[in-house]
Design a protein around this ligand. Sequence first.
Ligand SMILES: [Zn+2]
Ligand SMILES: [Zn+2]
Length: 260
Amino acid sequence: MRVTPLGTNGYFPSFGRQTISLLLTGGERALLLDAGSGVGRLIEPDVSSLVREVHALDIVLSHYHLDHVIGLSYLTAVWNRGPVRIFAPAFPLVDAEPEETLERLCSPPLLSTPISRFPGPVEVIPVREEEFEAAGLRIRVWRQDHPGGSIGMRVGTDLAYLTDSSADDAVLAEIAGIRLLIHELWFTDEEAARSPAKGHSHVSAVAHLARLAKPRLVVPVHHHPRRTNEEIRRMAAELSVRAGIPAVCAEEGRPLETGD
Ligand SMILES: [Zn+2]
Ligand SMILES: [Zn+2]
């Protein structure tokens, strides 16, 4: 399984970074974790070559804030390689119903073609259970502390993706034995001390979780748009020291070097 971050920001694009979306390839179907503006990178030659042999796309959404779903409105322009399935969290995992929410996002007057009438087949699959299969991988999800709810996810045996959450130790059992932890890094410790984090995580909280879970590598994502790339590198370095685990900043559009 190869992981290629297509977008690593939260909220809105900045400093050359798009909003959050991670592409997983290596199976018969491609898999996107979240569908922020990074989905637009599917038309870039280096990214499109990763899905050249793939004829179906699965998407798992963490929640419905725009930075995680706006890329669904690009699908007609960036994906013409076969059917799409959108695994979309529903109550009680989040406080929203998927069909209604996605139809609202992808409908006139906001978008000329409703999602139900995209040229290729698009199926919205509400996720209410904690386990399901997407792109041939077992996905396990749980509700996180975030306004309106969001889901953390374990994808297959090796990878966990946790964003828009407060990095709570309670998830330790869910992420035991993973090799790659992709976790949001929204606040510095100073920012979190100034205004207590609401549904987002800060450096020492993510480091604490990583130290306990012991993955081989931590990749911080969902960066605050105001940060420069240099500031993000410094936060990742601090995370790595505090966790005692390597932490690398992803380069969008490039597969992660996971050391496997
Ligand atoms: Zn977000
Ligand atoms: Zn959010």
